[in-house]
Design a protein around this ligand. Structure first.
Ligand code: OAD
Length: 246
């Protein structure tokens, strides 16, 4: 899609308070598999064996091996033009807030700083005993499963697993921002996980104009103001340039 409506470009150009919600699709063009599409992680692995507290209790080494594999994929990936455009957005808009479901760290590496990674970060660990949260940048890890440097207890990935509640205070911060933002971009999420979609719907219900970018329709497509069908790494840079020519 190369031509955008004048109305859309005016909105993108003139908005002051903007939110972006991203999902795995924003990193697909960086070579990181999504979860539910063809070749997605949940097509080849069972989430209940790898991404639940029960799975970790049963076999922490197996869970860490899976995260080790993914940490390697994420570390080797590079931000793509969608990530880069979202950095330009943070610099352009007066108020900006990036909510990502992705744990891959690519938004941070691209240069965004106003990021809330609501599902955690694959390069961060949390101690199962003392709760210490630390960066875990060593790849590959020497010891599997890794152990807390403070109390020698088992570390776990600092990621929200199925069946767990979100980190304290995180959603409150999101809802507060979304209660009066003017524009929300919803990029590369299937909307199969309910909390992020509730966040987007909350923004829309509170008056935000919504723009979705996704090659396939999601659970929120019928609710958005503008649905742009296609890849984030192609569409987002094009809108960004087009808004200046309008
Ligand atoms: P999904 O795998 O469910 O959905 C990925 C979405 O990206 C789909 O709607 C695709 O159509 C879309 N997509 C694919 N390529 C794209 C591209 N180049 N540009 C834009 N969109 C593209 O991933 P999420 O919705 O992010 O949880 O999944 C939500 C959560 O489920 C994840 O955060 C993860 C998973 O279990 C945790 O890690 C805790």
């Amino acid at each position: 899609m190369d031509s955008f409506s004048k109305e859309l470009l005016q909105i993108v150009k003139n908005a002051k308070k903007v939110a972006v919600l991203t999902g795995a699709g924003v990193s697909a063009e960086s070579g990181i598999p999504t979860f539910r599409g063809s070749g997605g992680y949940w097509k080849n692995y069972r989430a209940e064996d790898l991404a639940t507290p029960e799975a970790f209790q049963k076999d922490p080494k197996l869970v860490w091996e899976w995260y080790e594999m993914r940490r390697g994929v994420c570390a080797n990936a590079k931000p793509n033009p969608a990530h880069e455009t979202i950095v330009s957005m943070e610099n352009y808009y007066k108020e900006f807030f990036l909510i990502t479901q992705n744990v891959d760290g690519l938004h941070r590496r691209a240069g965004n700083s106003k990021i809330v990674p609501i599902h955690g970060d694959i390069f961060t660990s949390r101690c199962t005993q003392c709760g210490d949260i630390s960066e875990l940048l060593e790849i590959p890890l020497t010891n599997l499963p890794p152990i807390c440097k403070h109390c020698n207890s088992l570390l776990r990935p600092h990621i929200v697993w199925f069946g767990e509640t979100y980190f304290p205070g995180v959603l409150e911060g999101c809802y507060s921002y979304l209660s009066n933002c003017e524009l929300i971009f919803i990029i590369g999420t299937s909307g199969q996980v309910s909390v992020p979609i509730q966040l987007a719907l909350y923004a829309i219900q509170n008056g935000a104009i919504s723009i979705e970018i996704n090659p396939d329709e999601s659970t929120i497509t019928s609710k958005v103001g503008f649905y742009l069908k296609g890849k984030a790494g192609e569409i987002l840079p094009k809108i960004w340039i087009a808004k200046n020519k309008d």
